[in-house]
Design a protein around this ligand. Structure first.
Ligand SMILES: [Zn+2]
Length: 78
């Protein structure tokens, strides 16, 4: 049934678009969270890099000026 196939494809496109939006939103809000972490000792904010095009692939790399600020930033992700 070509009609059913068609609607299936449309449905999947809508899902992936939704996931992409959700993914972008998630990355932004996490980046915002990490940037709010400021080191008391060095006065620098933590940085984060996000990778992955789906939630399954998503990974974060947090970096800070020292172990303490990195730990504080990572703590925000939990
Ligand atoms: Zn520091």
């Amino acid at each position: 049934m070509p009609k059913a196939d068609e609607s299936n494809t449309l449905h999947e496109d809508a899902i992936s678009e939704l996931e992409r939006d959700a993914l972008t939103w998630t990355k932004l809000s996490i980046a915002k969270l990490i940037c709010s972490v400021k080191c008391d000792e060095h006065g620098r904010v933590a940085e984060i890099a996000c990778e992955g095009r789906s939630f399954e692939e998503l990974s974060f790399y947090v970096s800070g000026c020292c172990d303490e600020s990195e730990a504080a930033a990572k703590g925000k992700l939990r």
